[in-house]
Design a protein around this ligand. Structure first.
Ligand code: TA6
Length: 301
């Protein structure tokens, strides 16, 4: 890899791209196209993403932290719309799809003094088609500067349409989960995955005071097919903007689930939360042959 700011490094068993740029530092794993560090200058080069200090860099094992990519189904397959469930007939389908624990290829790296843009790609192959029988090309485009933008582009390279759900499963840090509030979701409908998937309506700002696992569905204001959330936490204000999406998952495992999670310490729930830019349930996507669909996330301080 012959670039100015980017170099290939090894993290445990995994290949990664380390970026050392005046405006930011970042670490991007090829396995799962999982960004684990984005440290912008305007955050004193501190990681804007949460990464477990119990993390294990092992081949074929999902990592706890950063931005895992969930595709072509989010969560448990049997909780997805029927048209997604029916596309695969494997038993014990892995949670969060089939691309977060396998290597992606470096497609392109574009460097400038203002930004670095990296495209990682994965395409259907015989072993993936044994799990999910469709032809596709998936691109994860990372645009790094003082802000971070991540775009996931699905291209149907086959003959038949397919349906999918997806998420950019972003782990975010906080100095205190009990003083962390998510704004701009008031009056938004959500499904409470911890209360028999009951439909509810958000009253006021989102606060964290118990295990939280909710799928939010935003109004399509002016047909823009996007939403913006503002997160207030001690010493930080964060803006998370999502495009081509009207759903997001908000998660914190709290006390009990923290004890059952891999690569997670019992107290970690106090210093992290997830806001997952998604296309889930009624907001899932369908793509016809030769067609493309994308979802994009932008993180700004
Ligand atoms: O996005 C929330 C969620 O679906 C939770 O239910 C929780 O299981 C989390 O994802 C983490 O999943 P993982 O498979 O990475 O342990």
């Amino acid at each position: 890899m012959n670039h100015i700011f980017c170099k290939q490094v090894q993290k445990g068993e995994l290949d990664a791209i380390q970026i050392n740029h005046p405006l930011f530092k970042a670490t991007l794993l090829l396995q799962g196209a999982q960004l684990i560090k984005f440290c912008p200058q305007n955050n004193q080069y501190k990681n804007l993403l949460w990464l477990s200090n119990q993390v294990e860099y092992k081949i074929g094992q999902p990592l706890r932290g950063g931005i895992p990519i969930c595709w072509p189904w989010f969560g448990n397959l049997d909780k997805n719309p029927k048209n997604i469930q029916q596309q695969t007939n494997i038993n014990n389908a892995p949670a969060h799809g089939i691309v977060r624990d396998i290597p992606w290829a470096v497609h392109s790296i574009i460097e400038s003094c203002e930004a670095v843009i990296i495209d990682l790609k994965i395409q259907s192959n015989d072993s993936l088609k044994r799990i999910w029988p469709y032809d596709f090309s998936l691109t994860a485009r990372f645009t790094f500067s003082q802000t971070l933008s991540v775009e996931l582009i699905t291209e149907n390279t086959g003959q038949s349409s397919f349906h999918f759900s997806q998420a950019l499963h972003t782990y975010l840090p906080t100095e205190d989960i009990r003083q962390t509030y998510i704004h701009n979701a008031q009056q938004t409908e959500y499904i409470d995955a911890l209360d028999e998937w009951t439909k509810k309506k958000q009253q006021g700002r989102v606060v964290f005071n118990q295990e939280t696992d909710r799928l939010y569905f935003f109004e399509n204001n002016a047909g823009e097919n996007q939403f913006e959330l503002r997160v207030e936490s001690p010493n930080q204000q964060l803006i998370l903007k999502t495009s081509n999406s009207l759903s997001a998952v908000i998660w914190n495992p709290w006390v009990d689930k923290s004890k059952r999670l891999s690569q997670f310490s019992a107290d970690d729930y106090k210093s992290m939360y997830c806001i997952e830019s998604a296309n889930v349930m009624s907001d899932h996507k369908s793509v016809a042959k030769n067609e493309k669909q994308s979802i994009a996330l932008q993180l700004t301080l």
